[in-house]
Ligand binder design. Structure first.
Ligand SMILES: [Zn+2]
Length: 238
């Protein structure tokens, strides 16, 4: 609309509803000139407001006067100690009519009970690193869409729109990432596109240990969703 976002009175944005990375926070803050705060909640419990960033932005304080959080191993269901990554589980202690007891959120994170510089004593949860039902197991290696996102957000030539296509060819799992070019890149030579693809492939190998084929597609060709983004097409289930 031709408005410079920095000329508006907007100073703070509260973002939630789907997992986002620190890299996404940096992009939002630098493009909009605002402070981007993280909020967590789930509609089964109350919607947004179960946990929120404080000014230290070192984890989200959970409102423990209403919710008892636990982290469990999603396979064995054992409760895990503070600091260990697993599935977040909540018990509501003030909710009426539809209380939830040890409700499995499917969200993967950890709890941090070390003192926070803001002075609040409520336990903090880390960022959501994926969902236990979102985790792909590729040739025995765990892979989350959030890992792919953190890599592509560091690459200036591509837009933050991507999809992972998983298949099984000759009994071997394969993953391909399709990521949209930013306007301008696609008009460049094939060589420069291949160079960017190679860079993303190498970054993904060093982060995940998996060789993931990267394909850069034209701007605005990956389907946009209202609500939660669809990041995975798993053809193995057919
Ligand atoms: Zn704090």
């Amino acid at each position: 609309m031709g408005i410079d976002p920095r000329s508006t009175k907007l100073r703070v944005g509260i973002f939630g509803a789907e997992p986002w990375t620190e890299e996404m926070r940096e992009q939002i803050e630098s493009l909009l000139g605002i402070k981007a705060m993280n909020i967590y909640g789930l509609s089964e419990i109350m919607g947004p407001g179960v946990a929120f960033d404080c000014e230290a932005r070192n984890g989200l304080h959970i409102n423990e006067d209403h919710f008892v959080p636990e982290i469990i191993d999603p396979q064995t269901l054992e409760v895990l100690p503070y600091g260990q990554e697993g599935e977040l589980v909540f018990t509501c202690i003030t909710k009426e009519a539809l209380p939830l007891i040890r409700y499995r959120t499917r969200d993967l994170t950890h709890l941090d009970n070390t003192p926070c510089s803001c002075g609040r004593s409520l336990v903090r949860m880390g960022r959501i690193n994926g969902r236990s039902d979102d985790m792909l197991i590729i040739r025995g290696v765990n892979l989350f869409p959030s890992q792919v996102e953190s890599v592509i957000l560091k690459v200036a030539e591509v837009a933050p729109h991507y999809v992972l296509i998983v298949d099984r060819i000759n009994n071997l799992d394969t993953v391909e990432v399709w990521v949209e070019a930013k306007e301008g890149l696609i008009s460049d030579s094939i060589k420069s596109i291949e160079k960017v693809e190679k860079r993303i492939t190498n970054d993904l190998v060093s982060l995940t240990g998996l060789h993931i084929k990267v394909k850069i597609v034209e701007p605005k060709t990956i389907e946009r969703s209202e609500g939660k983004a669809k990041r995975i097409i798993d053809k193995r289930k057919k």
